[in-house]
Design a protein around this ligand. Structure first.
Ligand SMILES: Nc1ncnc2c1ncn2[C@@H]1O[C@H](COP(=O)(O)OP(=O)(O)OP(=O)(O)O)[C@@H](O)[C@H]1O
Ligand code: SF4
Ligand SMILES: [Mg+2]
Length: 322
């Protein structure tokens, strides 16, 4: 069976002005992955590594410079997105700015439905029934429909964003740090709700987060990004038990381990310095300026994704020796 989404070597660049000069920001610079129906792929990496840009490029809010995006067997890299808009949606990190403050919740949730079925193609009653059904799915009630975004908490707003995304028949939901702005207790509620909804309705998720611990519970597979590229991807448990890339090892060792015995055994790899600018990325392996294992070859040649077996892929010249 073919994947629901196949992303092949996408590149998304932005032009910026720096000190009066025109420079190219290589926000996403050759990223490939696929997502199966009903599956969750977690995507993690530090701020600025290109996670949101990957999501926005799949949605075609950003134009890819190169590569291909295949959705349900259709090449959507260019051309008319209208037939696919209702089947893929994106939920953003900040539920305060992503919902239009002037629209009622009822109008906000109905919007994708109204785009898919313009006036005359669906009765008012049918629309209202669907909107209410989706609101109930995310734990909200009828009374919320006539209210406005500012009347709700961050967690409730994310529930509303998810209801809106699900108001048409959805195959893929891109969740761009959907819980990062919420309290820890609310984060768990939203993640559990997303897992329940996926079990019932079978949509696939691309779940973007800063932190590996956030995606662990929800994702079957995880992909680690750094400076616009993919460093490693594997099944969630394999990635946690046996991280092969020095960057993944560093990210994992930054997560506190509650068991002191485990903590002693765990080798600490400290990540020093900042992510270099995507305007002027390091030659060869983009991680080399922060890698303890960097060797001459790492500056000369960019590592490609290699198959380490059992669906585990890693881009590092030295992974067999680490
Ligand atoms: N519209 C734009 N114009 C210019 N540069 C941009 C634009 N959008 C993103 N970038 C740059 O592209 C790079 C990747 O940004 P992106 O928002 O995708 O990262 P991210 O991984 O989502 O970060 P965060 O974790 O902070 O959300 C950054 O250097 C960012 O400044
Ligand atoms: S290729 Fe070299 S610099 Fe890059 S992660 Fe591997 S060892 Fe480190
Ligand atoms: Mg982002």
């Amino acid at each position: 069976m073919s994947a629901l989404l196949e992303v092949e070597d996408i590149k998304t660049y932005f032009i910026v002005r720096q000190a009066g000069k025109r420079r190219i920001v290589k926000a996403v610079d050759g990223v490939s992955f696929s997502i199966n129906r009903g599956e969750t792929l977690g995507m993690v990496g530090e701020s600025g590594c290109g996670k949101s840009t990957v999501g926005r490029t799949i949605m075609r809010f950003n134009k890819p410079e190169g590569g291909r995006i295949i959705f349900d067997g259709n090449d959507i890299t260019t051309g008319d997105m209208r037939p696919y808009r209702s089947r893929m949606q994106m939920v953003f990190q900040d539920p305060y700015s992503s919902l239009d403050p002037r629209m009622s919740i009822g109008e906000i949730v109905a919007e994708p439905l109204n785009i898919q079925y313009p006036a005359g193609q669906m009765s008012k009653q049918e629309r209202a029934d669907i909107v209410l059904e989706k609101m109930r799915l995310v734990g909200m009630n009828q009374e919320a429909l006539s209210r406005f975004p500012h009347e709700f908490s961050g967690g409730q707003r994310q529930r509303i964003s998810i209801a809106r995304a699900m108001v048409t028949k959805l195959d893929l939901l891109i969740l761009d740090e959907p819980v990062s702005a919420l309290d820890v207790s609310i984060q768990a509620q939203i993640i559990n709700m997303l897992m329940d909804l996926q079990e019932r309705f079978g949509m696939a998720y691309l779940f973007i987060a800063h932190d590996l611990s956030v995606v662990r519970h929800i994702s079957q597979r995880v992909m680690v990004m750094y400076l616009g590229r993919c460093m490693e991807s594997a099944g969630t448990e394999a990635l946690h038990k046996n991280p092969l890339h020095p960057y993944t090892q560093a990210l994992l060792s930054a997560i506190p381990v509650p068991d002191p015995e485990m903590s002693r055994k765990k080798r600490r790899v400290v990540l020093e310095g900042d992510v270099p600018s995507p305007v002027d990325p390091p030659s060869g392996c983009v991680f080399r300026t922060r890698c303890h294992y960097a060797a001459e070859r790492c500056a000369a040649e960019a590592p490609v994704m290699e198959d380490a077996g059992q669906g585990h892929f890693v881009a590092c010249h030295n992974f067999r020796r680490l």
